[in-house]
Design a protein around this ligand. Sequence first.
Ligand code: ADP
Length: 224
Amino acid sequence: MIRFENVGVRYGNGPEILRDISFELEEGGFAFLTGPSGAGKTTLLRLMYLGLRPTRGLIHMFGEDIATLPRRRFPDMRRRIGVVFQDFRLLDHLTTFENVALPLFVDGKRPSEYADDVMELLSWVGLGDHANAYPPVLSGGEKQRAAIARAIVGKPRVLLADEPTGNVDPALARRLLRLFVELNRLGTTVVIATHDHQLLNAAPQARIMTIRDGRLTMTAGGTP
Ligand code: ADP
């Protein structure tokens, strides 16, 4: 589903942030991406959501080579990828409901088609009572859950999350992790960047991808 071959990235004329990254993630897999701050976790996620092209190497997503994929195919490709950004990127002038529904709205679907699904999803992430609230009045954890709901509303085949438990207490972090595990159980491939070791221990079935000094090592991942 996702295959990297000898991928390298540098920003401008700087040093190579990622070097010779090669790995393959199978469909339905669950992986944590970890490593010290500044190691390149966000950079690797950006490559996976087509937010950045590699300086060298090959990236295959859903069987297609990203490097040669024409830009006009990006929206179609991105529709299959849900992203939870570290800074949420919610729009303050839209309600929680409208923020979560945005990918469907932008896709040309009508509110009457998706209203029930979006409300159900909001309940699933514990935001059923906040559908009409605007992001500025939500707590950090609520914003995080709204960002997660928006990332999965279009039923992506891959979910990428950048430090999705970075702003919440340990109890909520475990709850969010259960959401990701449940989503994975339903068939979504999940990649979570985190430096929270407790989170790593809470999902023993996950593969662990570690970036250090620009290189990636990967554990096989056990059975649940
Ligand atoms: P992590 O997510 O593991 O903290 P990042 O991928 O954010 O790491 O950053 C990896 C390195 O790349 C850091 O040294 C960071 O300063 C650098 N970097 C990230 N984004 C940019 C950018 N847009 N331009 C220049 N350097 C960048």
